[in-house]
Design a protein around this ligand. Sequence first.
Ligand code: PLP
Length: 396
Amino acid sequence: MIKVPAAREFSALEKNYLFTEVRRKTQKFLTENGGEVINLGVGDVAFPLPPVVVEAMVKATLEMGDNARFKGYPPEGGYPFLKEAIAGRYLKRGVKIDADEIFIGDGAKSDTSSFPDIFGRADVLITDPVYPVYADSSVLRGNRVTFVRGNKQNRFLPSPRGVEKKPYLIFLCSPNNPSGAAYGHDGLKEWVDFALETGSALLFDAAYSAFAGVGVPSSVFEIDGARECCAEFGSFSKSAGFTGLRCSWTVVPKELKCRKSQVSALWKRRQSVKFNGVSYVIQRAAEAALSERGITECGPAVEIYKKNAAAFTAFFKARGIWHTGGELSPYVWIECPKNLSSVEFFNGLLSGCRVVGTPGSGFGKAGEGFFRFSGFATENAAAEAVRRFERSDLFR
Ligand code: PLP
């Protein structure tokens, strides 16, 4: 037995990561009952990579086997061709980001959880409910977490009004996982203004920006003042089916400064210590996803996920079940019918409909009594899920 103690912070974490627990319960149900379930629980994509992405990977792989074109370690922070493609993506949305403000990573999970490494011990402000990684990684780092609660009154878009004014690391995710709610320009501006006023860093997770529609900022940098206080995380996972390939980016604007240091310089230094980059093949694949052909080929899957979410929403609306999301997001968030707890509803849905969703309580205290359905499914699976909901007593 080794005598080095485990990090104390582990004892403050929940025993199991939420999705691991959902998987365990689903597996147990299948072992005991046999048959199949429709999985609307984990937010993994349902369709394979588009041909343009596969072709780019094949081409890049052949280069890697060629003496003249082989590439070793990628440049720190990513290849210029991908950074420029990402900068071009922002420009199309009217946001000017320089390629050297973009850092390529292997997923928004790694990027959002690692970024606070560059700051000292800090108070962390997190909206609740939200993607659990922000709170878990903050707890592991030993940072103190304050939650701003979402609820039916604020339609799960909490504002910083009433929050003690001091410097925080603020995590914000819009369109939000799990609530599917998305801040409009004014709502997001309130957060940016709060960050500017308090000297906070606003870490904006735009993993679902591909789902944001008209009238909803798809980047925090659409808001005045954001370049002085924000960093933004983007991901190819949900927009281009990269959950298994792994590629993401972080935007750190030149104006973002922490005392005398430029935050981008700190992030570059941190990455050079702990990360050796994303492979050339994957970066070429990501570049292809952003090409004109890539946009054409990636779009249909995103549209199907949105349509699925809209089909769930239509059902809940017809049944008078309180919900958010489902329009600007792949997720629909409902209040559990019959006053059931999140876990009771999960169990009822699994045994009654053979449908897996995600208990809201897994996303934070404010998620108790709520439930998340994911539109990441084929159209047939989503339609069959709705048919099962229609037959079920759970929604009557
Ligand atoms: N951020 C949010 C809000 C998510 O919901 C997820 C995944 O579900 C991620 C980040 C992880 O993204 P990636 O696959 O790029 O690590």
